[in-house]
Write a protein that binds this ligand. Structure first.
Ligand code: GDG
Length: 724
């Protein structure tokens, strides 16, 4: 039976070495709870780094054994791995880049090598446990290369990836020297998830620009499968927080802490030590509030919990010093004997106490400069069991997309934050209740269990979609069948499209000429069967490229036909009235003038606007504009506008490859027919084929053809097999 493997850099556990033995403390974090429903079932397992560097083989064996009981398996990292892969590439290159802190980015090739090495280590550890049909769900930015590494060994596995931090704009991603490898690494997955729609569209745009893989509505068409990219905003274990806030233990802490702060209004801030969380900026905003509103002195104070994190990384050390300094300054300036403006804790608290802080605070001030989601704000809302309280939330946190009833602020606008705090302090209770209840409704519904369910559901959906497309794959069996029936045939015909079918695409269409291998294939085939090259290309180019070959040719989607016995003469197969061209050309020229890299190709019966060499994005934009412009004009002339591979073509609708292919077959009793093509123009050929024909579409798009095949390379292999 297939199983599910969860993979993350850190296992949801903390290991402590005490009195010669290890103590294992499972983490109660949101992700671990949410995924508990998966990894604790059956044969499933969670694989990751336990968080300590352990070199002693005996100790390693002990850890493996203990973790096995908890349904976990370790990936051991050396001290060097931790420094170069974790603190280095993950936290000094990817983390700052993905949070838009380009000033902190380090470009160190040794760190990159360590990143590849450790991703490989994870891959090997997984391969020891994984079967060919297992589901593997990989988490976060430390393991971007892992999906593709696994895909190479387990081509049929179900692989998913979720990124917990933001995905930045292409402008940032392009700064990383290893951007292409990183994106190709992630694209080994079947489903790729982010917290927000913005992260998802940034990812799709970077993949399109850097790897050349385009997408339609979140589906990337990779060479041999489709990949789905979607947004899955992560929730919390709502009931756990709501329940804890009412528990006796927490209420005791509330009472105890309450005595110390008396009737002061409390502002709560909780973060891991990180520059992305905007901690210094928040202290400065609080300072400004106290400067501008003397009446608040002694009446409001801030509880600031900073959880130690990555303190070996230089930028984090500096941040800690900056926070210490700012807190010292504000407290020394404003404190009185019975009032301290900032209660600062540089440590973490047990869950019951954390819950007490959420429960007793009037305002949560969650103002990261950039955050993938931010769970603290959600936990605060869930803990407000009497629905009073105010959430001030940064627009830069993924959570702001969901929690529209918070007071939303731009964390860089200090006065805006000051005003938000001031307004929160005086917000009527009825408004507080209305806002908190509405947010609670949504958090209850989209909790972390729902998140896992939706994600896994989507993963099944992608796999089903992939199966639908690949069930028609030209596999070894189909290949043999085609080969056998070709061998038996006495009167065989092959309709072969050119671009994308017999050869790859080139940025300059005139340079996509047939190479020696292709010419040899065609020559060999033409000795055994009737070969028809059926293309949208102009007759002169086709004629020149296949000069001397004993084949038939259909050019310009069926306007021109040249039969092998006609020795060099092209026959005009469709009468063409081209009075429309002048007006249409004028419009197309206007779009060429506005779009560097675009050009017009004139064919006998059509005009084609090419944009393969145009800056990506701009090309698409202009094509859409031109498309609607031409569509409007086309009606008047009874023309058809068609979108192709980086081209827009306008032509008469009754001229198509299908019509030409039918004419070619007329009156001949073929006992083997094969048609291969790669785009919508070839769909007309497929439709025109008799029932007993083999029709194959290159790529995995939905098609009228009987079969799909991966790429032009496989087409060549198939054709070579026919002649062998
Ligand atoms: C990353 C992304 C994304 C904090 N202090 C204590 C404590 N915590 C817990 C909170 C909360 C968690 O830590 C922090 O989660 P965040 O989401 O706010 O931030 P990151 O750690 O940066 O997480 C983030 C998240 O991944 C999930 O995808 O939301 O954007 O950066 O759960 O409760 N817990 C205890 N004591 C503390 O003192 N027990």
């Amino acid at each position: 039976m297939s199983k599910t493997i969860i993979v993350s850099n850190r296992l949801p556990i903390s290991l402590r070495h005490r009195n010669g033995r290890f103590e294992f403390k499972p983490s109660a974090g949101g992700l671990a709870t949410g995924l508990g429903s998966i990894y604790k079932e059956g044969e499933n397992i969670w694989i990751g780094w336990p968080g300590n560097t352990v070199d002693d083989p005996e100790q390693r064996a002990e850890i493996i054994l203990e973790l096995h009981e908890l349904k976990m398996a370790p990936v051991f990292l050396s001290k060097e791995d931790v420094e170069e892969f974790y603190e280095g590439f993950s936290n000094e290159t990817l983390w700052p880049a993905f949070h838009y802190f380009t000033q902190y980015m380090v470009y160190n090739p040794e760190h990159w090598e360590a990143y590849v090495r450790v991703n490989q280590k994870f891959c090997e550890a997984i391969l020891k446990k994984a079967g060919p049909d297992d589901t593997i769900w990989i988490h976060d930015y430390q393991l971007l290369l892992l999906p593709q590494m696994l895909r190479e060994v387990l081509p049929n596995a179900t692989i998913a990836f979720f990124q917990h931090i933001p995905f930045p704009s292409y402008e940032i991603i392009r700064m990383i020297p290893w951007r292409k490898e990183l994106l190709e690494g992630v694209c080994g997955a079947d489903l790729i998830g982010f917290h927000t729609y913005d992260d998802m569209r940034h990812f799709l745009s970077a993949v399109g620009r850097i790897t050349g893989l385009s997408n339609e509505s979140g589906y990337i068409q990779a060479e041999n499968r489709i990949i789905n990219v979607d947004s899955f905003p992560m929730g919390i274990d709502y009931n756990k927080f709501a329940k804890q806030a009412k528990s006796k233990r927490t209420l005791r802490f509330v009472e105890e802490f309450g005595k110390q702060v008396e009737d002061q209004k409390l502002l709560l801030t909780i973060d891991r030590l990180d520059y992305s969380k905007g901690i210094p900026q928040r202290i400065q905003a609080f300072n400004q509030l106290l400067e501008q509103h003397k009446e608040l002195h002694g009446k409001v104070s801030m509880i600031m919990i900073v959880v130690p994190s990555r303190d070996k990384v230089q930028s984090y050390k500096e941040l800690k010093e900056e926070i210490d300094l700012l807190v010292g300054r504000i407290n020394s300036e404003y404190s009185t004997l019975n009032w301290v403006p900032v209660h600062y804790f540089y440590r973490s608290f047990p869950f019951e106490e954390l819950s007490a802080f959420y429960n007793m605070s009037d305002i949560a001030l969650v103002t990261p400069l950039r955050d993938g989601m931010n769970l603290v704000c959600k936990e605060f809302v869930a803990s407000k069991t009497d629905q009073t309280g105010v959430l001030i939330l940064s627009e830069m946190a993924g959570a702001s997309k969901e929690l529209q009833d918070a007071i939303l602020v731009n964390p860089n606008d200090r006065q805006g934050v000051v005003d938000a705090i001031f307004n929160a302090l005086s917000m009527p209770q009825s408004e507080q209740i209305a806002r908190i209840s509405s947010m609670q409704e949504s958090l209850k519904k989209y909790d972390v269990f729902q998140w896992v369910k939706v994600f896994m559901g989507r993963l099944e959906h992608v796999k089903r979609k992939q199966e639908e497309l690949t069930s028609k794959d030209v596999d070894a069996k189909v290949m043999t069948e085609i080969q056998t029936s070709f061998k038996k045939a006495e009167n065989a015909v092959l309709f072969l499209d050119y671009d994308g079918t017999l050869t790859g695409f080139h940025s300059d269409p005139q340079k996509a000429l047939p190479d020696t291998e292709l010419k040899a294939i065609i020559k060999d085939l033409s000795k055994l069967a009737q070969v028809v090259i059926i293309s949208g290309r102009d007759k002169d180019t086709l004629g020149k490229w296949f000069e001397g070959q004993n084949i038939d040719m259909i050019a310009e989607h069926g306007v021109w036909v040249k039969r092998k016995e006609d020795k060099g003469d092209w026959e005009l197969y469709a009468e063409v009235e081209d009075g429309w061209k002048e007006d249409i050309r004028k419009v197309m020229e206007y779009y060429v003038l506005r779009t560097p890299g675009a050009f017009i190709e004139e064919k006998h019966h059509s005009l084609v606007w090419h944009y393969r060499k145009v800056e990506s994005g701009l090309g698409d934009l202009r094509m859409r504009e031109l498309f609607s412009h031409l569509k409007y004009m086309a009606r008047g002339y009874n023309l058809q506008v068609l979108e192709g591979n980086m081209v827009l073509e306008i032509k008469r609708p009754d001229i198509n490859k299908g019509r030409a292919a039918t004419a070619m077959m007329k009156g001949i009793d073929h006992d083997f027919i094969l048609a291969i093509g790669d785009d919508w123009t070839d769909e007309d050929t497929f439709k025109a084929m008799p029932k007993n024909a083999y029709s194959i579409r290159v790529g995995y798009a939905y098609t009228q053809a009987n079969y799909n095949i991966k790429s032009f390379r496989q087409v060549r292999q198939l054709l070579q097999k026919l002649t062998s």
